[in-house]
Design a protein around this ligand. Structure first.
Ligand code: THU
Length: 131
């Protein structure tokens, strides 16, 4: 099972492959599942700006496409432009979707290069869910 430093490094590497010609704001993500599998993603923009895809949702979509069925236990997110690059609201809801009741850990890097972790329950309280 990869540790926080390792998944953050995957997110850093993925950010270097971002397609962000409009915003020039690269983001990389690495989603780690209970199975031990991890999936990376970067943001992919479009000239029709609203169609742009976030790095986190790209990583979680790759997991679905690969047949991943276990819980999302951690997700590392990195942008060279933002220390503590928190996920947007839409990505928070997506993280909740794949948490499977687990309190998924959000792994970020601060301005000093230190790892800081947060939990989906604290950054998305009262999520939408179909009961
Ligand atoms: N972006 C992400 O990849 N993840 C987020 O959680 C927020 C924003 C991307 C979308 C867009 O390509 C760029 O960052 C600027 O908003």
């Amino acid at each position: 099972m990869k540790n926080n430093e390792e998944i953050l490094q995957f997110a850093i590497n993925a950010s270097q492959r971002a397609y962000c010609v409009y915003s020039e704001f690269p983001v990389g993500a690495c989603a780690l599942y209970e199975s031990g599998n991890e999936y990376i993603g970067c943001n992919v923009e479009n000239s029709s700006y609203g169609l742009s895809l976030c790095a986190e949702r790209n990583a979680m979509s790759s997991a679905v496409a690969a047949g991943e069925k276990s819980k999302l236990i951690k997700i590392a997110i990195y942008s060279p432009k933002n220390a503590l690059c928190f996920p947007c609201g839409a990505c928070r809801q997506w993280i909740r979707e794949f948490s499977g009741g687990y309190n998924t850990e959000i792994v970020l890097q601060d301005k000093n290069g230190e790892i800081k972790t947060y939990y989906i329950d604290e950054i998305l309280p009262y999520p939408f869910e179909i009961l």
